[in-house]
Design a protein around this ligand. Structure first.
Ligand code: SAM
Length: 263
């Protein structure tokens, strides 16, 4: 029997242990079909077989469907606002600022924060940066701290000189200094099914909700807010938006940065 996309999705969900129903399904179908074309896979039956039995294909599928694009200082003006307004306020108020980048992809986002905090003159005992993603391969990349030229295009020449070195083994790749790498703790986590730690002053969940259904986005916003502290901040991607922010006790303070006040 030939599997339909809906059958395929149900079986892939079980094998990969990912709640594919939480993602925009037309997009999942498009991404699945484009990977099948690339690997010359004829139908969903063969695709399921490969996901089940071929670890290289399974990794490629996960990679293709999740989209790992990221860069340092993505939307620089928003990071300037964090640097000038949000982080100084948190540093004044808190003995230790707790920050979570979820999802973090290849680490550009949490490392950008580490660079900013270091440049602000904060000591490492004054903040904690955690970073989570579903994809183990991208987390390995994040920990290695090696980046293509494109990922560092928004880093100023001064910061490049201070925190990056040219990779001696590969042209146009840069290695991030270990004193920044050591400031971020990475962990593998499925944000849809996983348990969240509490007590965050700033959560970045950027360029993730765009892939999710409206219901899943709403569930996740509530899940993130349930672990944010009073007067904390929630930072989305620049094309992402929370309708009726008031209803969530969120106040927009800049583009896609919101302040959270519990009831
Ligand atoms: C486009 S990246 C965003 C990275 C970064 N926040 C940024 O804006 O530059 C999206 C990331 O979401 C991750 N992802 C997708 N579904 C996830 C899930 N259920 N749990 C955790 N991470 C997930 C992907 O692996 C990918 O690294």
């Amino acid at each position: 029997m030939t599997l339909t996309f809906s059958d395929f999705k149900d079986q892939a969900k079980e094998i990969l242990n990912i709640d594919l129903d939480g993602y925009k399904l037309d997009r999942v179908e498009r991404r699945t079909k484009s990977l099948m074309r690339r690997y010359e896979v004829d139908d969903f039956n063969e695709c399921i077989d490969l996901i089940k039995n071929d670890s290289t294909f399974r990794e490629a599928y996960l990679n293709h469907f999740t989209i790992n694009t990221s860069e340092f200082f993505r939307n620089p003006e928003s990071f300037k606002f964090l640097e000038n307004e949000v982080l100084p306020e948190l540093a004044d108020k808190k003995r230790k600022i707790r920050i979570w980048s979820a999802p973090c992809s290849n680490g550009c986002e949490p490392y950008t924060l580490a660079i900013i905090l270091k440049e602000m003159g904060l000591r490492s005992s004054q903040f904690e940066i955690y970073a989570s993603d579903l994809d183990p391969a991208i987390l390995d990349e994040a920990k290695s701290g090696v980046y293509r030229e494109n990922a560092v295009k928004n880093v100023s020449p001064e910061l490049m000189k201070k925190y990056f070195k040219e990779d001696p083994t590969k042209d146009n790749f840069y290695v991030l200094d270990s004193k920044i790498r050591n400031l971020v703790k990475f962990e593998e986590k499925d944000l849809i099914n996983g348990r969240f730690d509490r007590d965050w002053d700033l959560i970045l969940s950027r360029n993730f909700f765009i892939y999710l259904t409206k219901d899943m986005k709403d569930q996740l916003i509530k899940k993130f807010l349930s672990v944010l502290n009073q007067d904390s901040y929630f930072f989305l991607g620049n094309t992402e938006y929370i309708f009726s922010a008031d209803a969530y006790n969120l106040e927009k303070v800049y583009q896609s940065i919101y302040r959270y006040k519990k009831d």
